[in-house]
Write a protein that binds this ligand. Structure first.
Ligand SMILES: [Zn+2]
Length: 265
């Protein structure tokens, strides 16, 4: 289903299915100044296509390659709408890797993009590289109205789970860079409108930086990933078990450890 929610000049389109509501997660795309941010997930492709058609958007911007953001790029191409897609994102969605059970259950597997996509310049909105959650992650910034479309940059202050390929140190830098923009409004792909954006971005950067410091300290002392996870992040919760460890607390420890070499070089 789709639920529309106006926020001043911005329209939030929140997509969900019985499965995503069961897990307690929805995915939001946004329409602002004729630009649609993201394409939702494969299981809602009919809802997305109908909304995109009705929205009279002039183009689409894709924040990153995950299937709950890039899941319907094929529909965008089919409708003949242009899209801004970073080269690194394009490479991933032209050759989609198989996903684990829980991601398939939640979103359905997305198909590789086979059609040509017309390039799109979202000006006056500006895509900004914000690696961390994913290497190809971009936010979309409206410098005139000071509105930030954050994709998966924020998600929450204390996000204790991660995918193994995330870069938490890069995420801290991206969060600080976005806080320095001093956004007046922030729209998250899963949380919707986030109040007090500068404080929220800074609080997340502070918590994550502190967590990285703790993990580094225990790793230096020779602790195992599992022991560090229990001491710093606590036990795995239902997300960790349901995803068979794919999206888990121990992966946040592993991701911090994996990016340690760069820190000490
Ligand atoms: Zn993501």
């Amino acid at each position: 289903m789709i639920r529309l929610e106006p926020h001043g000049p911005v329209v939030r389109a929140e997509f969900s299915t019985a499965r995503t509501r069961l897990i307690g997660i929805t995915v939001s795309c946004y329409l602002h100044k004729g630009v649609v941010v993201d394409t939702a997930f494969p299981d809602v492709r009919h809802w997305y296509r109908d909304w995109l058609t009705a929205s009279r958007a002039v183009g689409v911007m894709v924040t990153h390659h995950h299937e709950d953001h890039a899941g319907n790029v094929n529909s965008v191409a089919k409708l003949g709408l242009p899209a801004w897609i970073a080269p690194a994102t394009m490479a991933r969605i032209r050759d989609v890797e198989p996903i684990g059970f829980y991601r398939h259950f939640t979103w359905r597997q997305m198909r590789s993009l086979t059609r040509e996509v017309m390039p799109f310049d979202p000006a006056p909105l500006v895509p900004i590289a914000t690696p961390g959650h994913a290497h190809d992650h971009h936010v979309l910034w409206d410098p005139l109205e000071e509105i930030l479309f954050a994709g998966d940059l924020f998600l929450g202050v204390k996000v204790r789970v991660a995918h193994a390929d995330e870069d938490p140190r890069a995420l801290v830098a991206s969060l600080r860079a976005c806080a320095r923009l001093r956004p007046r409004m922030l729209f998250c792909a899963h949380r919707g409108n986030v109040p007090e954006p500068v404080a929220a971005l800074s609080a997340k950067a502070d918590w994550l930086e502190h967590t990285i410091g703790e993990v580094d300290r225990l790793a230096d002392a020779g602790w195992t990933d599992a022991a560090i996870q229990r001491a710093v992040l606590g036990r795995e919760d239902v997300t960790g078990y349901f995803s068979f460890g794919d999206y888990s607390r121990v992966n946040l420890v592993k991701a911090i450890r994996a990016t340690r070499a760069a820190k000490t070089d």
